[in-house]
Design a protein around this ligand. Structure first.
Ligand code: GAR
Length: 206
């Protein structure tokens, strides 16, 4: 994506939506030349829904409980994203593993934020995993999504110290501050056509 064409983002959420908010703020500040075409939540109670609505962004609640299997749920999500002509899919605290149906519909065009320095601590409760392991530093990772769990090519990472008395909650708050920076920056690089994928390696031209 480059030039004068505005990149259309589809943001998938499940919870509070602080990453969504950071992306909205960077777009509204004129720093990222993109438009959020739709926000899709698999959770009807997600606070992210209110954040999107406040900014006039179309929100679709697509509850996974209504579907018998993950692939048919993802097919419904793909249909919504395509109807909104989405170029780049953003998983902003979306607590579901994608199937091949989603991954193949948006090749190299799905980004996820993970609250650890991958490949360490993939999956759920990454902050607690880091505390339990005793690492001095953890952080966050923006990566492209493939069919594995947090295994796709890494775009940006940010290192965050783990303090001796950290709880999952206190470490999460510190990591989220870094998430908000690097997620928006990765989207900006994509929108400006500065990202190239070479096997597992992501090259960013400045
Ligand atoms: C973020 O910390 C993100 O890294 C994490 O969920 C949180 C969502 O916060 N995502 C995952 O753990 C994905 N496996 P938010 O709703 O306030 O953006």
């Amino acid at each position: 994506m480059s030039g004068n064409v505005t990149c259309r983002l589809g943001v998938l959420v499940s919870g509070s939506g602080t990453n969504l908010q950071a992306i909205i703020d960077r777009i509204e500040a004129g720093d990222i030349s993109a438009e959020i075409a739709c926000v899709i939540s698999n959770n009807a109670d997600a606070y992210a829904i209110s954040r999107a609505s406040l900014h006039g962004i179309p929100v679709i609640v697509n509850e996974n409980a209504r579907f018998s299997d993950r692939r048919s749920y993802d097919a419904a999500t793909v249909e919504i994203l395509q109807r909104h002509k989405v170029d780049l899919v953003i998983l902003a605290g979306y607590m579901r593993i994608l199937t091949d149906v989603m991954v193949n519909a948006f090749p190299n065009a799905i980004m996820n934020i993970h609250p650890a320095l991958l490949p360490s601590f993939p999956g759920l409760h990454a902050q607690q995993q880091a505390i339990d392991y005793g690492v001095r530093y953890s952080g966050c990772t923006v990566h492209f999504v493939d069919c594995g769990t947090d295994t796709g090519p890494i775009i940006l990472q940010s290192v965050v110290p783990v303090e001796q008395d950290d709880t999952e909650e206190t470490l999460s708050v510190r990591i989220q501050k870094a998430e908000h920076q690097i997620f928006a920056s990765a989207i900006k690089y994509f929108v400006e056509g500065k990202i190239k994928i070479d096997g597992r390696k992501v090259r960013i031209s400045e």
